[in-house]
Ligand binder design. Sequence first.
Ligand SMILES: *Cc1c(COP(=O)(O)O)cnc(C)c1O
Length: 369
Amino acid sequence: MKVPFLDLSLQHRALREPALAALTATYDATRFCLGKDVEDFERNFGATLGYPRVLGMNSGTAPLHVACMIAGFGPGDEVITSPFTFISSAWGINYVGAKPVFADIDEGTFNLDPAKVAAAITPRTKGIIVVHLFGQPARMDEIMAIARQHNLFVIEDCAQAVGASHLSASGSATPVGLIGDAGTFSFYPTKNLGGCGEGGAFVSRREEIQTRARHVRVHGSDRRYYHDIVGGNFRMDGFQGALLNVKLPHLAGWTARRRAIAGRYLSEIKLGDVRLPEQPAYGKSVFHQFTIRHPRRDALREHLTKQEVGTDLIYPVPLHLQKCYANLGRGPGSYPVAERAAANCVSLPIFPELTDAQVDQVIRAVNSF
Ligand SMILES: *Cc1c(COP(=O)(O)O)cnc(C)c1O
């Protein structure tokens, strides 16, 4: 039996009829840019996941860009982020002319290490982009304490963490994206909640930030043809809103299934030398990825391929070693934890439609290496 790393066709085949009905209604009403479907989605997403205000945008990169514009980052400013993430986490910093500065990650969770963040702060530091990587909330209590101390604007990249909450030491649970100053989501088709094209969202616990983002989303305007601030076109299209409304009611079930599969991997993978992702008390992962580490990663991956188990390398090259960031002058050895993770991690299949028999096969395949 083949176990694909990811198969999007299963979910889309199951939802074909309601999805096509919703898309057809949007088509017939010519609700192509924002409009009722997007407004419904914003309201439903907020009500389901606990966000007071939500703005649909046209990718997951868009709200990161918007957040960097609103934060007021610019030339001469430094913004700290993780070197072990999708490149898009850092792009917004470049788009506004500021400089990305990386801080190394925590060995067990792949997320920013607060001590490394504190050590990376200079008089030019203006903000932090925290990534809740693979669906695992980052250590927000410590990161927010550092941010408050240095008056930094905090953006949470929640592209992989839709539905996740962070539990603070005081015991209160907060949905990711509402802890810092702005939170961003992606509905790229492979994400836990995926559209039929490009999509994203912007949230903020701060009403004035959310209002500003709403204006930036439509060319810096509140009234048509009057532009009070510099904006852009960051609008979600109607088809994405329509499809996401069909999918949203299934998200809780899909997340529960991802967690159940992860629970089996965590308890049944027994291979020596394998390192499983840590499960800290401050935040339950929504398992966008299940990424393990092994000193002989490439051989393990080859073995899994032979056992018909699909895998992926997420991420093979940390950001500071990407060619586009060569000008930052951070060569090999600059962020050793991220570099080790890139060298020895491999991601296992974890999409909700996997059958129990397929999960058995993944576990058997790993354990037989
Ligand atoms: C997917 C992703 C993004 C970007 O989203 P797009 O919708 O592809 O623009 C940003 N950050 C992270 C961590 C992601 O995984």
